[in-house]
Design a protein around this ligand. Structure first.
Ligand SMILES: Nc1ncnc2c1ncn2[C@@H]1O[C@H](COP(=O)(O)OP(=O)(O)OP(=O)(O)O)[C@@H](O)[C@H]1O
Ligand SMILES: [Mg+2]
Length: 307
């Protein structure tokens, strides 16, 4: 499979602050690749370099085998870019937003018309095509941004936090659209700080923290490598769970104490709960669940993804 994106020691600095600190990444054609990390991890800074809208401060970066600094226009012509903040023109209509973008890429009018019809159908916005953008819901605007980014039939679609701020139903509609694109062979590069989004959408991902990559793999392999099969979440009758870890020490493989709960990592959650009861503890609540990428992040960094 051909490699569409290759970064080696890629770095972005702002003054003396390093936002992206020497990352190595390869993305193959047809894959859905993710950057998972909390606020400030350096995800958007990375995406802007890949989008050829912000030059790297150091390291190597090639996209389609091209240098995004010297061949920026050629790279951008083959990319779709959905930045973190929708930058639609709110004063013109839905379809005009697509037309403007199509003309920007120099597409013939007949092609723009045809693609606009297809893309509005894809984004479930055909009925709103003559409406101004401003009153659309957040989910509709996000779908329009994605539709607009597809006007040039891109080989790679960059999605920076595609569903932040959307309600659960709007997120699922969007995920469904992204699955369709992937099936059509579009390579997806996604950033998110939602572990469920990363698990749903990404074949492979890197976990980023403070500008560095701390782990890489498929969602499943990351969970298998860095967490246990199950997690027992306990709330006890204590003021601060951070100091309560000792009460359950030795039960399961590992204990993480968060301000509001204890997480016991174990392959057998029910057995761990029995052991908790055997110590005379009577939790206010006890939930056994499967490990997620959130647990992977907590294990690797000692922090949660979403604070
Ligand atoms: N133009 C800039 N000038 C100075 N600092 C910047 C600039 N852009 C980003 N930063 C800093 O770089 C760090 C990484 O920012 P970035 O936007 O890449 O993070 P992110 O992972 O996308 O976070 P979020 O989840 O909040 O979108 C942050 O500390 C941010 O304040
Ligand atoms: Mg960001």
């Amino acid at each position: 499979m051909s490699i569409l994106l290759r970064a080696r020691g890629l770095t972005k600095t702002f003054g003396d602050f390093t936002a992206v600190d020497g990352i190595d990444v390869e993305v193959r054609q047809g894959e859905s690749f993710g950057f998972l990390g909390p606020n400030g991890a350096g995800k958007s800074s990375t995406m802007k370099m890949v989008a050829a809208t912000s030059p790297p401060s150091g390291g190597e970066l090639s996209i389609f085998g091209l240098d995004p600094v010297t061949d920026g226009a050629a790279v951008r012509a083959r990319l779709g870019n959905c930045p973190q903040q929708d930058n639609l023109d709110e004063e013109i209509t839905v379809e005009e937003n697509l037309h403007v973008y199509g003309r920007y890429f120099g597409l013939p009018r007949s092609v723009i018309r045809e693609r606009t019809d297809e893309l509005l159908d894809f984004a479930q916005l055909s009925e709103r095509r003559k409406d101004k953008v401003e009153p659309l819901s957040g989910g509709m605007k996000r779908r329009l941004t994605i539709a607009r980014s597809l006007i040039n039939n891109p080989e790679i679609l960059l999605l920076d936090e595609p569903t932040t701020g959307l309600d659960p139903q709007a997120r699922h509609v969007l995920w469904d659209r992204l699955f369709r694109l992937k099936r059509q062979g579009v390579t997806l590069i996604i950033t998110t700080h939602y572990m469920d989004e990363a698990e749903q959408l990404c074949d492979r991902l890197v976990v980023m923290d403070h500008g560095r990559i701390v782990a890489e793999g498929s969602p499943r392999s990351l969970i298998e490598t860095h967490s246990s099969r199950e997690v027992l979440e306990l709330r006890l009758e204590v003021d601060d769970h951070l100091a309560a870890g000792d009460l359950v020490a030795g039960i399961g493989e590992r204990v993480e104490a968060l301000p509001d709960r204890l997480l016991l990592y174990t392959d057998h959650g029910d057995g761990a709960l029995e052991a908790v009861h055997a110590r005379g503890l009577r939790p206010i609540s006890a939930i056994v669940r499967r490990s997620t990428l959130e647990d992977v992040f907590l294990h690797l960094t000692g922090r949660t993804l979403v604070d």
